[in-house]
Design a binder for this molecule. Structure first.
Ligand code: F6P
Length: 556
């Protein structure tokens, strides 16, 4: 059924009129209400979401909830979780939530219960992790594997890298000291560093690619394979042949077993997942192998369980208390009614160093779209430009713009409430807990200053222009009780569902990414021209010049 464009509905028009009335109000003024903090704060799954520093009031939220109902958000949530074909352009469900269902659950989609297959894959992952942790997985010359390099890009890299870094403290005790590394760039610069430092006898590569066609990953994989063959087979190690190297040094993770087999991945080393898992939503299953290798399978299951708690909350909490829905609505309000189209992600915890990079793909590859589900061009803004980095470091980099620039930006401040309580040595623990308090103080101070501007300090007299802070910059603060596998799982699921709710309201499909396809095709044609030294005549003058420069640079 075709719906009217969302910006032509009564709910949207009412919000637009409401925005006209309230947009001049300063955040500081809104905080005259002492109950405001509590009124806009909600909790679930070990997360506290404080939305009180958004430039909105109770009426705004009521109207936004009305917009969510107009866009049939509750129905869309039901359809997503039930496995309906919500990814319409690719005609398939988007069932990342099925990957984190508990083993005893059942989810029948189009006549098939998906849970046994999900659990079987987890069991195969567990068996691989156990062999590696027990030093039973040996390289072709018989030495135990020490370095595991994940070759993947986008969703086959960003999620696993973000989580392994965030949860590195959760390494299980008493297992082999396996080091996990990531190489994604097609230019080979990360890989070449590993190849110069690692021992081929003790290095294993995980080729992670849903499609198993991504040139970035396959280029790295080919270089890695040649390196192993040269160093292990051509060097004449006794009894070592190509088949043995393939069996002992490569695992493949993909939705295409056929392509893995064609590439030479031994059947026993193939971990399969499903077309109904989107690449940027895939860390919960086989793509999460590097995570399980670092934190162990038990902690990996805690990550899944934390995400599942948030999934249940998403499915059952009323919209007005539903964390992903509220986070999404704050974003809609900012982008579509306050014209704030830049969004910064600022974690105050070094373990979340890669969280912003992960969200850049999750949010912008999902919702950076301008065609609606029925093929119309939208007449309103969709995903804002989203970027970020560790908050304390960003304070010394781009906070200048946040406080005094001309571009309005909404910020997400993210921090755990408790840290370092289990450091054994008392003096070090005290120092580190002090550092944690310092970090929290900065986190809270920055959102307060963004909100209040000059009003944040009690200083008499007029301040000169260059020292003035305008304030009135909205932000969200997201507190984790602690950073654990469970709360991280919930945090990621929170953003996944936020993206889905926004896509539902904007009427776009968050689960495809056609906007990256043409670039791949043109790059392929350009590569052929670069290699053949012919065929650039039809190109534009700029690209022709660049191609000629590359040819000249190659000439002996
Ligand atoms: O080109 C974009 C993209 O398809 C992402 O959506 C995906 O996460 C990434 O490339 C890697 O794809 P694959 O896992 O198929 O190699």
């Amino acid at each position: 059924m075709s719906h009217p464009p969302i910006d032509q509905t009564a709910a949207w028009q009412a919000l637009a009129a409401h925005a006209q009335k309230v947009r001049g109000r300063h955040l500081g003024e809104l905080f005259a209400d002492p109950q405001r903090g509590r009124a806009f704060t909600r909790q679930a799954a070990g997360l506290t979401l404080d939305l009180s520093k958004q430039r909105w009031c109770a009426e705004t939220l009521t109207r936004l909830l009305d917009l969510a109902c107009t866009a049939e958000v509750p129905e869309a949530i039901g359809a997503l979780l039930a496995g309906e074909r919500v990814n319409v352009s690719e005609d398939r469900p988007a069932l990342h939530t099925a990957l984190r269902l508990p083993p005893e659950a059942s989810l029948v989609v189009e006549g098939e219960d998906l849970v046994p297959g999900v659990q079987a894959t987890l069991a195969r992952m567990a068996a691989m992790v156990e062999r590696l942790h027990a030093s039973q997985w040996r390289g072709a010359t018989g030495r135990p594997i020490h370095d595991v390099v994940n070759l993947g890009v986008g969703g086959s890299d960003l999620g696993p890298q973000m989580v392994t870094h965030a949860l590195a403290d959760y390494r299980p005790e008493g297992v082999a000291p396996i080091e996990v590394h990531f190489a994604s760039t097609m230019d080979g610069s990360q890989l070449v560093d590993y190849l110069t430092r690692f021992n081929p006898e003790t290095t294993l590569f995980v080729i992670s690619s849903k499609s198993f066609t991504t040139i970035d990953t396959l280029s790295n994989a080919r270089t890695a394979r040649d390196w192993l063959m040269t160093r292990l087979v051509c060097a004449g190690s006794e009894g070592v042949d190509e088949a043995l190297v393939m069996r002992q040094h490569f695992i493949g993770v993909s939705a295409s077993p056929q392509k893995m087999a064609e590439w030479g991945i031994a059947e026993a080393n193939q971990l399969e997942f499903w077309e109904w898992v989107g690449g940027r939503y895939s860390l919960w299953g086989a793509i999460g192998l590097p995570i399980a290798l670092v934190i162990g399978m038990a902690h990996f299951r805690e990550l899944l369980a934390g995400a599942h708690v948030l999934d249940r909350h998403f499915a059952t909490a009323p919209l007005a208390d539903n964390l992903p829905v509220l986070l999404a609505l704050a974003g809609i309000w900012n982008v579509n009614f306050l014209d704030i189209r830049a969004h910064s992600i600022l974690p105050y915890d070094g373990r979340l160093e890669y969280f912003a990079a992960y969200l850049e793909q999750l949010e912008m590859e999902s919702n950076g779209k301008s065609a609606t589900l029925d093929g119309r061009q939208v007449s309103y803004s969709t995903c804002p430009v989203l970027w970020g980095q560790l908050g304390p470091n960003a304070q010394h980099a781009f906070y200048q713009l946040l406080h005094q620039g001309t571009q309005p930006v909404v910020c997400d401040f993210i921090a755990p409430l408790v840290r370092y309580e289990d450091v054994r040595e008392p003096a070090t623990r005290d120092h580190l807990m002090g550092q944690h308090r310092l970090t929290l103080a900065n986190c809270f101070a920055q959102s307060r200053l963004l909100m209040l501007g000059d009003e944040a300090i009690d200083e008499p007299g007029e301040r000169p222009g260059h020292k003035r802070y305008r304030g009135n910059q909205p932000s969200t603060t997201l507190l984790l009780d602690r950073l654990t596998p469970a709360t991280l799982g919930a945090l990621i699921a929170l953003y996944e569902h936020k993206v889905f709710v926004q896509a539902t309201i904007w009427g776009i499909n968050p689960f495809d990414q056609w906007g990256v396809e043409l670039g791949k095709q043109i790059a392929g044609e350009t590569q052929r021209i670069l290699e053949s030294h012919r065929g650039h005549e039809g190109m534009d003058a700029s690209t022709r010049g660049l191609v000629e420069a590359a040819w000249r640079a190659e000439a002996p």
